[in-house]
Design a protein around this ligand. Sequence first.
Ligand code: 5AD
Ligand code: SF4
Length: 485
Amino acid sequence: MLKDLEKMINEIDLEKEAPVLEPDRQYYYIAKAKKYVSAQAEKLGRSLTFCVTTFGCQMNARDSEKLVGILEQIGYVEETDEEKADFIIYNTCTVRENANMRVYGRLGQLKRVKKENPHMMIGLCGCMMQEPEVVEKLKKSYRFVDLIFGTHNIYKFAELIVTRFESERMVIDIWKDTDKIVEDLPSERKFSFKSGVNIMFGCNNFCSYCIVPYVRGRERSRNPKDIIREIERLVADGVVEIMLLGQNVNSYGKNLETPMTFAQLLQEVEKIEGLQRIRFMTSHPKDLSDELIEVMKNSKKICKHLHLPVQSGSSRILQKMNRRYTKEQYLELVRKIKEAIPDISLTTDIIVGFPGETEEDFLETMDIVKQVRYDSAFTFIYSKRTGTPAAAMEEQIEEEVVKNRFDRLLKEVQEISAEVCSVHTGTTQEVLVESLNDHDASLVTGRLSNNILVHFPGTAELIGKIVTVNLEECKGFYYIGKMVE
Ligand code: 5AD
Ligand code: SF4
């Protein structure tokens, strides 16, 4: 597909006006940007390079693949050493304050690099850019940034690059929201054998601590036909595992012209020949249907893993978080899931120190962790996000108290997950081989259906293949195994 696209782009007549309709308009700008890039490359006597750094979640990782796809079509070549790159892009996250601090810290360093290398371009995009205070701060104190855009107009990347080439000034384009989904733009996969696939964008839940609905906009589902077509193409290109992505996949399809449930979409995806594994993320407990549990139970391709963020074990705090379930309802849901799919692996997200959280509330969280026995849990210290309802709540909790609770929770979570992980010792399971082992080149690293990693003797030819492995020894959070001939 990329070859066809390249051919089409090379044939575009730049003497004509840019088309109005997408994606043709972006193809036109890709062609135009390509001219600027090759002119610069000729002057320098070498190819121009780029380096994209991704902060945050899987959604951002997928967006970065789209950025890379466009950059490569334009003629940039990837450079992993950021300081050597001609075009540096940060795809930012703002879900917690420390994500923002990291971006400012790195930008401070880039200022020095750009001084020595004035033709270098710096682009910022992603969730943080959707916050007006951030853009104000950048305009005031980070004048050396070349290009700023948000989450809704990432598809316009090529057009924005052209604007920057033609204006020599900081280019800023942020949209408050959008109802548009542009299909068929290039994207470059990080892995040849697995890929994320967006099924919906945005979030309508407005959990009271969360900034996502403000920076990612309202929920929009992609058309099932477009999703299936994308996966079919990926499979034809060697992909065996896909991860369906959305902030709240369980409410997929509600706003489509012909509404469809997430469980129905999964059944359609399951039919795609050659596709071997299906994952998805993230599920909101309030929307997880019996229909979905049934589909997962009967599926041969859907992985035995469910990420089901609980956030807190206290019904009182859950209500203040606007999660729309109680501790009891969550536990009942877990009971149903485990009854239907006994070997499922459950993972979660937990926030400690939400405003008003008492020691009693915290003990409820410890209790739910003990009852559910998660395979793993991401634990977060509550971070106050300006503009969210929780930021205005009284009783923000003292840092020391939060830190103490966080440490206790982390210890509990880790002890449980080591125990839960080890139950598979001695079993034989299918593993998708993902890479050579980072530390020992005689080993390869792969993932079980339940997302646990296993390292075992093997060579690079196995990468991207699903093989059968005996799980010989559990090392806490991963296994050492041996391939079964
Ligand atoms: N503070 C701390 N953690 C947060 N999350 C979302 N917003 C905040 C916040 N303000 C966590 C939630 C969510 C995960 C992606 O990030 O646990 O599930
Ligand atoms: Fe944020 Fe809640 Fe939406 Fe998740 S479901 S993105 S936590 S508002």
